[in-house]
Design a protein around this ligand. Structure first.
Ligand SMILES: [Zn+2]
Length: 144
């Protein structure tokens, strides 16, 4: 008899999979960790690998989760990028990149903020207005 599988609270992150982000009927197994220490998963429907941070702002990020959560919280407090730079010791470019990723991953991130960072819906709204404001300032100060 097969070893009982531990409960997996992740859905397939491969967009072409018919079980993409679907909870019901998913067939996902854990398969070790990658070099960054992130859990890797394998979807048996699409025969694809993905890591736990796929499709989240944490994907390809070197900042530890704690630090990202701290930056989120400071942003909610309406601290400016430079103030956060001083408070956390992270370069403002790092914080700006995080903000850009937030904008790209807005929907997934909202869920992450509510669940993992435990912000209230009101605080999440505040954060989004900060992201929008900073994005405007970024595009004014650095034309490409
Ligand atoms: Zn899949």
């Amino acid at each position: 008899m097969a070893r009982p599988r531990s409960k997996i609270d992740i859905t397939c992150q491969i967009s072409k999979c018919s079980y993409y982000l679907k909870e019901d009927g998913k067939d996902i197994v854990k398969r070790g960790k990658n070099r960054a220490g992130h859990q890797q998963y394998f979807c048996k429907h699409c025969n694809s690998w993905f890591v736990e941070t796929a499709n989240t702002p944490l994907y390809h990020k070197h900042l530890p989760l704690d630090e990202i959560i701290l930056i989120c919280k400071l942003l909610v407090e309406k601290l400016g990028i430079r103030a956060i730079e001083r408070a956390t010791g992270h370069h403002r470019d790092t914080i700006c990149r995080l903000l850009e990723d937030f904008a790209i991953h807005a929907e997934v991130l909202t869920q992450f903020l509510l669940k993992d960072v435990e912000l209230t819906p009101f605080e999440v709204d505040e954060l989004w207005s900060t992201v929008k404001k900073n994005k405007r300032e970024l595009s004014v100060s650095s034309p490409e």
